[in-house]
Design a protein around this ligand. Structure first.
Ligand SMILES: Cc1cc2nc3c(=O)[nH]c(=O)nc-3n(C[C@H](O)[C@H](O)[C@H](O)COP(=O)(O)OP(=O)(O)OC[C@H]3O[C@@H](n4cnc5c(N)ncnc54)[C@H](O)[C@@H]3O)c2cc1C
Length: 387
């Protein structure tokens, strides 16, 4: 097919692909089998500067936008890897860059850019409140020059492979604020220090090899200078990070979608049953073609969300819709891929079952499909609020 437009990010794609090619399927499969962390892979991405893509140049990063960051994440997943091991740094970065003080930026960004520090964790979700984020029960109470944190979080990822975490806590009780989104604040937590003085980390074994944890806070003290932005405005700030997160996850799903489509297309061209390649049957072709169309369409919505985000414009609708479309498309591609591999789709050595598990997560996290539909119904289509 003739390409009518050149891809403005082709150089980035080529460079990330070349790095990822040093980490073939066997590498990611072994990490998955061992339930390990792809330390060498993340280190290689860091040393090549990709993990500092969103850090402005004056702080040692490459000053790229979300569009470029999304291409990096897409290519990692398209190569057979899983950005879930390291995407936190990308989506957390905007929160710190956009809302952190100059002192915070100077203190942390150069060290994150060089790889000396990792900012891979974000603590939002709680066990008793789930998606109803403004009802979180973790509190931060100011005492002297410190905030004292008490409460609990669940599903907080990469804590054991990060130095810093952005934590959402309530600083003004819900009963005392006019709007439920007020009175929440975000803090930068030094994870290793916190683990010595009031934060307990309990890993959650889960279906994907995704390092994630329960956190318990018992009078954890955080210096007041670790508050990001103004006290009480944290929910607004965290939304910037969440829009970036949704757009980047969309990109990862697009990468997964391409991986599944490439793998299954290659397989059905070669696999001969009833005397002909199974890919000659339209019953086999159509689900693959459908998934390809949907992955490509999701890519366009991802591009739109990135363009708006990078221009500093509202992009909540586009970020959510990109995540919805991409997660659905990658899941359909995953189903076609496992289905047409027949029994071999279940054999670990084909990597299909691993990628199938990995991409399934994105129907639920970081936001479930239902909650995106609800957002679009209420905020875009002005339908009555359901909750
Ligand atoms: C592997 C993994 C890693 C994660 N990493 C992080 C992390 O690093 N940091 C973090 O803060 N969180 C993290 N999460 C949490 C994740 O964001 C939440 O699991 C997700 O937002 C859903 O919240 P919940 O699990 O509490 O589900 P609930 O809020 O209990 O919802 C359960 C289901 O009910 C449905 N539902 C709920 N309310 C409605 C409604 N009003 N209308 C229709 N349907 C509804 C949805 O389908 C939803 O999937 C992670 C989760 C997983 C599984």
């Amino acid at each position: 097919m003739q390409q009518t437009q050149t891809d403005p990010y082709q150089d980035i794609r080529d460079a990330v692909r070349a790095l990822c090619a040093q980490f073939p399927d066997e590498y990611h499969r072994k990490v998955d089998e061992a339930r390990g962390y792809p330390e060498e892979f993340v280190e290689a991405l860091t040393q090549a500067g990709w993990m500092a893509a969103l850090i402005p140049e004056e702080y040692g990063g490459s000053g790229l936008g979300l569009a470029e960051a999304s291409v990096i994440m897409e290519e990692i997943n398209r190569s057979g890897g899983n950005s879930g091991a390291c995407h936190g740094q990308m989506y957390n970065m905007n929160t710190l860059v956009r809302h952190g003080s100059e002192a915070q930026r100077q203190k942390y960004l150069p060290k994150i850019a060089s790889g000396e520090l990792r900012l891979q964790s974000m603590g939002v979700t709680e066990p008793t409140t789930g998606t109803d984020t403004t009802k979180i029960k973790t509190t931060a109470v100011k005492k002297g020059g410190k905030y004292v944190i008490n409460g609990q979080k669940v599903w907080i990822s990469r804590v054991q492979h990060s130095d810093l975490m952005i934590l959402l806590a309530r600083t003004t009780p819900l009963a005392e604020v006019k709007k439920k989104s007020e009175g929440l604040s975000i803090f930068l937590v030094d994870i290793k220090e916190a683990m010595k003085s009031g934060m307990t980390v309990r890993p959650i074994l889960n279906m994907v090899n995704h390092e994630t944890n329960e956190l318990f806070f018992d009078n954890l003290e955080i210096p007041e200078e670790n508050l990001i932005g103004e006290e009480g405005k944290g929910f607004k700030y965290i939304l910037t990070g969440l829009n970036a997160e949704r757009t980047l996850i969309a990109a990862e799903c697009i990468g997964d979608g391409h991986w599944f489509i490439d793998r299954v297309s290659n397989y059905v061209r070669e696999r001969v049953v009833f005397g002909r390649p199974i890919g000659q049957n339209q019953g086999v072709q159509f689900p693959i073609a459908e998934a390809h169309i949907e992955v490509e369409a999701a890519g366009l919505m991802r591009d739109k969300a990135c363009a708006l985000f990078d221009a500093g414009l509202p992009c909540g609708a586009e970020a959510n819709m990109a995540k919805y479309l991409a997660a659905k498309a990658s899941w359909e591609a995953a189903n076609a891929c496992i289905q047409f591999h027949g029994g071999f789709g279940f054999a670990c050595e084909y990597d299909v079952e691993r990628k199938f598990r990995e991409t399934r997560l994105y129907q639920v996290a970081p936001i479930s499909t239902n909650l995106i539909l609800s957002y679009v119904a209420e905020h875009i289509l002005d339908l009555p609020r359901s909750f």
